[in-house]
Design a protein around this ligand. Structure first.
Ligand code: FAD
Ligand code: NAP
Length: 333
């Protein structure tokens, strides 16, 4: 039996934006519901060291920070629900959303904080070896590469952090970047270049992931099946067009993120990248009463602190919106 949950303010997503929106909405007595989604705590739960979230003199851990944020949201009165929104109807009032559980969520104000998910290159071989040597999360899968060689694709903060993290496990890490310079922060670049276990291949793209397919060729008589998994990469230098192969046991794709906005497509204004368009300097979307905060509406800064900041703004505007609704309803009585 599906349950109908009604709340003045529904927060979709439990990353820094969602948790902050929930904290402020709860303290404004809106009795918010926060739906956690498939990645409770959001992107920071797949990283380790966080050194730039203000308030902590020492390095903290991403999963710990998110545990604290969610605990804070809960302690001030947020109802936290384990579900993922699969459908949204923003043409009705109250807004009506459906969860993967079958439950229905109705709300007067909606705060979308669904963040972003890792992007993939789109190669057939990348898909074929997904989970068998191809990954987008070094902190989740790095352990499997103890004593092995791996590669990381990308040149942003994520790629550099993944490469550095992987040196804790792997004997060698090759960072493969399509240009001749990294876009990551200088402090991370310095750590990267000073790490003897890391080699950088510049102006290079991944053409194909090489390896043994699941249920691959049997070895000669009596031998075991070749274990499925990645054995190497076919690469191309984009300046010389020269192809090469390298031997690796795993490859981590770290080429950025795409916003999680599919369920709102066709209902809210979005840019060509699928990011929700908000009125500059505000969390206001193209539908009154629907607010967006965090990475889902920000392709520029994408930091935990900016996500948290816009979560706070979304809750303030939701509170104002609900107060106006209520005063109109009172006047009509
Ligand atoms: P997210 O953290 O992406 O959270 C999105 C939430 O929405 C998740 O809880 C998810 O479950 C939920 N969700 C999605 N779809 C649905 C749905 N349909 N229904 C319900 N819920 C849904 N930033 C820093 O400031 N410092 C760092 O050191 C740092 N390190 C990083 C390391 C890595 C590896 C990565 C990937 C990012 C890092 N960032 C860092 C960036 C930072 O994590 C993001 O900017 C921030 O998490 C964005 O917060 P958010 O709340 O907008 O979204
Ligand atoms: P990003 O900054 O967008 O970087 C993506 C990288 O992947 C870029 O170097 C890009 O190359 C490359 N790339 C993109 N598409 C590619 C393709 N098809 N083939 C090959 N390479 C491709 O993404 P991110 O590193 O995931 O970071 C996302 C956000 O999170 C950023 O705002 C970042 O600052 C933040 N973040 C912060 C921290 C931190 O503060 N410590 C850590 C991680 C992430 P080009 O450079 O050529 O465009």
């Amino acid at each position: 039996m599906s349950t109908i949950h009604h709340t003045k303010a529904l927060v979709v997503g439990s990353g820094p934006a969602g948790c902050t929106a929930a904290i402020y909405a709860a303290r404004a007595n809106l009795k918010p519901i926060m739906v956690r989604g498939l990645q409770p705590g959001g992107q920071l739960t797949i990283t380790t060291d966080v050194e730039n979230y203000p308030g902590f003199a020492e390095t903290i851990q991403g999963p710990w920070l998110m545990e604290q944020m969610e605990g804070q949201a809960k302690n001030v009165g947020t109802v936290i629900i384990e579900d993922t929104i699969t459908d949204a109807d923003l043409s009705v009032r109250p807004f009506r959303l459906t969860g993967d559980s079958g439950d229905i969520y109705t709300c007067d104000a909606l705060i979308i904080s669904t963040g972003a998910s890792a992007r993939w290159l789109g190669l057939a071989s990348e898909e074929a070896f997904m989970g068998m040597g191809v990954s987008a999360c070094a902190t989740c899968d790095g352990f499997f590469y103890r004593g092995k060689e791996v590669a990381v694709i990308g040149g942003g903060n994520t790629a550099v952090e993944e490469a550095l993290y992987l040196t804790n496990h792997a004997t060698k890490v090759t960072l493969i970047h399509r240009r001749g310079e990294l876009r990551s922060e200088k402090i991370l670049q310095t750590r990267l270049f000073n790490n003897d276990k890391i080699e950088v291949l510049w102006d290079t793209v991944l053409e194909e992931v090489l390896g043994n397919q699941a249920g691959g060729a049997a070895l000669p008589l009596g031998g075991n099946l070749t274990p499925p998994g990645v054995t190497g990469l076919r690469l191309k230098n984009v300046k010389t067009n020269k192809e090469s192969t390298i031997n690796v046991d795993g490859v981590f794709i770290a080429i950025g993120h795409s916003p999680n906005t599919d369920i709102f497509k066709g209902q809210l204004d979005m840019d060509t990248g699928g990011y929700i368009i908000t009125k500059p300097g505000t969390p206001l979307t193209s539908i009154p009463g629907v607010f967006a905060s965090g990475d889902v509406q920000d392709h520029t800064y994408q930091q935990a602190v900016t996500a948290a900041g816009t979560g706070c703004m979304a809750a303030f505007d939701a509170e104002r919106f609900i107060a106006e609704l209520e005063s109109k309803a009172d006047a009509a009585e």
